[in-house]
Design a protein around this ligand. Structure first.
Ligand code: WTA
Length: 692
């Protein structure tokens, strides 16, 4: 049986219709049973105005899923054709080989992402429809742009990028807060065939540097600073630091967001407003026809090694998948206001704040701030303010808000909500119920959606009003998605047996590779179980075919829905002059899902003091970014090692999950005597902090 490494998640069930202990937070005595919401009159099965026909029943789901697996080319070909505008039809729908690996969708077809997100709407009755509603961190900062307004800005920006020498295939790094300029730049890049590479603004200068170097960016776009919960934080200064060693970068464009004093380097740096003020810019710049398999963007994500991977997504397949999943899972209506709270710099923001909604001609809300500022009802106020219909967020945000108390909810009118979504980590039944029953009215669908940066879009999710829900389960794969649960030896796992989640067949939204590293692409995803895509997640399938995601099986930690590799964290600790060695594991946490727990061995002449602990915490935040703050740093005289000198993380994971009596076979340890002191210090540290 596969050992889940995360969360100490267990939970064998005999009766799948009961609420599962999917995470440690799941209290016993939860409401049970598969819940099926009653569709309101507004949800009539049958064809939508936009041509989409939701599946009416599970029988229909089974039939469509069967057909889609038998004839993927027919199924996805129809989706690509009906959802996107193609300048030229493709010649071959699919060709692939998971052993090489190589995947191509819609080869020979020509299209453009920016054209599909904007131009075709501007040409029709949607031209004055609202495309973007942007809510700044300060309440009065609101910008509302129609499709026409977005079109003008994107064309001008694309034209400006061309003027400064950006060409098809060039990489443009965005290190920006959640401001509408981010959307403009992404679509402007796509318009001229440049590749956008978003580096989340919560990453440090060092993290930005390694990503800029890896993708050999020509241009970086940043802001002077950013707002966060009423405070101002510098961004441009990080880029100056990062660019000390990035010879490929020729120009830096700086958006003035906060009016903070900012140093500009002559001939390299240019203010956004100056760039865009040029009257000769072409506000009608035509979109360049791109091959379906041309690169649309790169997004870095953590894998099990120390170096982040540049996940590559191409144009035709990604767009098809973004539009299709948005339509099927959010059941997008013409009049909808859709709000995905994820930062546009993450894959969730790429696909469900930007590309998905705009491809469908929808209205998308972007929010610069966080859920608790100035008060913990900010999300609910925004839902009321813009009458949001479909709301998509992460369990960690919901858990933070549960703690603030129900009275914050009661001050807002959320009756506009028609659908709720969850993403990023397993949602435990307790949180699920609060979200659905309190945030919603207990009757609207809650879609728990499983996917990854690599998959481009949602893979496993209920279809609203079609799939009966089980709190804590992401339910079933979408039609056309072929998943299996396998044991260590690749054989199929039994019902309710935990195993690896693998995907057997290609889908249009899948990654096409790791930038600059084809060997890693194969090794990471296609070598463990040859011929299949390895997700890295543990899962169990119950007797109704429902999937229960159990967290990562590799050395990736998921903190508040953000991925970190333990190796990357260890490298950061080890780079500190006082550290001899370190080992980092994930520890289950009631709000954040998991937190970073570091075991650190200092140099022999170094004393373990509180001041070095706080210095190390600051150090790691500086090395990786403020989002990577270790929750616990435990000092130790030694790390448990095998005779060949390998650190036995399994033992450390057991310790931080409190499974002290289940440390397993310790006979291969070269230093078994460290265990007692490790356990003792763990209990002191964690016990101490829980008393605070
Ligand atoms: C986890 C975010 C359980 C999972 C879209 C996956 C989930 C990783 C869920 C990808 C879910 C995401 N239930 N686990 N509904 N959604 N995950 O690349 O471990 O930032 O492998 O993509 O998040 O994180 P990433």
């Amino acid at each position: 049986m596969v050992q889940p490494t995360k969360n100490g998640v267990k939970g064998k069930t005999k009766n799948s219709s009961q609420t599962q202990q999917t995470t440690p937070q799941a209290a016993s005595g939860q409401k049970t049973g598969a819940a099926k919401a009653t569709p309101p009159a507004s949800h009539k099965a049958g064809t939508r105005k936009n041509g989409y026909k939701p599946l009416a029943s599970m029988e229909e789901y089974e039939a469509v899923a069967k057909k889609a697996l038998e004839d993927p080319e027919g199924y996805w070909g129809e989706r690509a054709k009906s959802l996107l505008h193609w300048f030229k039809p493709w010649e071959k729908t699919l060709s692939y080989d998971f052993n090489e690996p190589r995947v191509e969708w819609f080869a020979g077809g020509k299209l453009n992402a920016s054209y599909n997100c904007i131009d075709r709407h501007v040409e029709g009755p949607r031209r004055n429809k609202v495309a973007l509603i942007w809510q700044g961190d300060p309440e009065d900062d609101v910008r509302i742009w129609t499709y026409q307004m977005l079109y003008d800005r994107v064309c001008r920006c694309a034209s400006a990028l061309k003027n400064i020498g950006v060409r098809k295939g060039d990489r443009v790094v965005l290190y920006l807060p959640m401001i509408p300029e981010a959307v403009v730049v992404m679509l402007a890049c796509a318009r001229i065939g440049a590749v956008h590479v978003f580096v989340f603004a919560g990453f440090s200068a060092a993290s930005a540097q390694s990503r800029i170097q890896d993708c050999e960016a020509k241009v970086v776009i940043t802001a002077d600073g950013m707002f966060r919960a009423g405070r101002v934080m510098p961004l441009k200064a990080n880029i100056d630091e990062a660019l000390k060693d990035c010879p490929t970068v020729r120009r830096v464009i700086v958006v003035n967001r906060t009016n903070m004093s900012t140093s500009m380097k002559e001939r390299r740096d240019i203010w956004w407003r100056d760039l865009m003020a040029d009257r000769s810019l072409n506000a009608r710049l035509p979109a360049v026809p791109m091959d379906a398999e041309d690169l649309l963007f790169i997004l870095y994500t953590s894998g099990s090694t120390g170096k982040p991977k540049g996940v590559m997504h191409t144009t035709g397949g990604y767009l098809t998948y973004a539009a299709h999943t948005t339509q099927a899972i959010f059941d997008t209506r013409e009049e909808d206001v859709h709000w995905c709270t994820a930062d546009v710099g993450w894959i969730t923001g790429h696909t469900y704040a930007l590309y998905g909604p705009l491809l469908l001609g929808g209205t998308t809300v972007l929010f610069e701030g966080g859920p608790r500022w100035p008060d913990p009802d900010r999300y609910w106020q925004i839902i009321e303010k813009f009458r949001v219909n479909t709301f998509y967020t992460a369990p960690t945000a919901i858990r933070i808000l549960i703690r603030e108390g129900d009275e914050w909810l009661e001050r807002s009118d959320r009756s506009s909500l028609r659908l709720l979504g969850s993403v990023g980590e397993p949602i435990d039944p307790e949180t699920w119920h609060w979200y659905r029953d309190k945030v919603g009215d207990g009757n609207i669908p809650l879609v728990d959606t499983w996917w990854q940066t690599e998959t481009g879009g949602i893979m496993i999710s209920p279809l609203p009003f079609t799939t009966p829900l089980k709190p804590g389960s992401a339910t079933k794969p979408l039609p056309g998605i072929d998943v299996s649960v396998v044991r260590e030896d690749g054989k199929p796992a039994k019902v309710n047996e935990e195993g690896h989640l693998v995907i057997n067949k290609p889908w249009p939204g899948m990654l096409r590779g790791i930038f600059g590293d084809p060997a890693k692409f194969k090794e990471n995803y296609f070598s463990r179980f040859p011929g299949r895509y390895l997700s890295g997640d543990g899962v169990r399938m119950d007797e109704d075919g429902y999937l229960w995601l159990l967290g990562r099986l590799d050395d990736v930690i998921n903190v508040s829905g953000h991925r970190f590799s333990t190796a990357e964290m260890e490298a950061a600790f080890n780079a500190h002059p006082s550290v001899a060695e370190s080992s980092v594991v994930g520890m289950a946490h009631p709000v954040k899902g998991e937190v970073i727990y570091a075991f650190v061995q200092l140099n022999a002449d170094e004393k373990a003091t509180e001041s070095i602990r706080s210095e190390l915490r600051k150090w790691v935040r500086r090395e990786i970014g403020p989002i990577a703050s270790p929750e616990y740093i435990q000092f130790t005289e030694g790390l448990p090692k095998t005779r060949s000198g390998k650190i036995m993380r399994r033992v450390l994971r057991k310790i931080v999950s409190g499974q002290i009596d289940e440390l397993g076979d310790l006979t291969t340890l070269s230093n078994p005597d460290v265990i007692d002191s490790l356990v003792e210090e763990y209990e002191r540290l964690v016990g101490m902090s829980s008393m605070r």
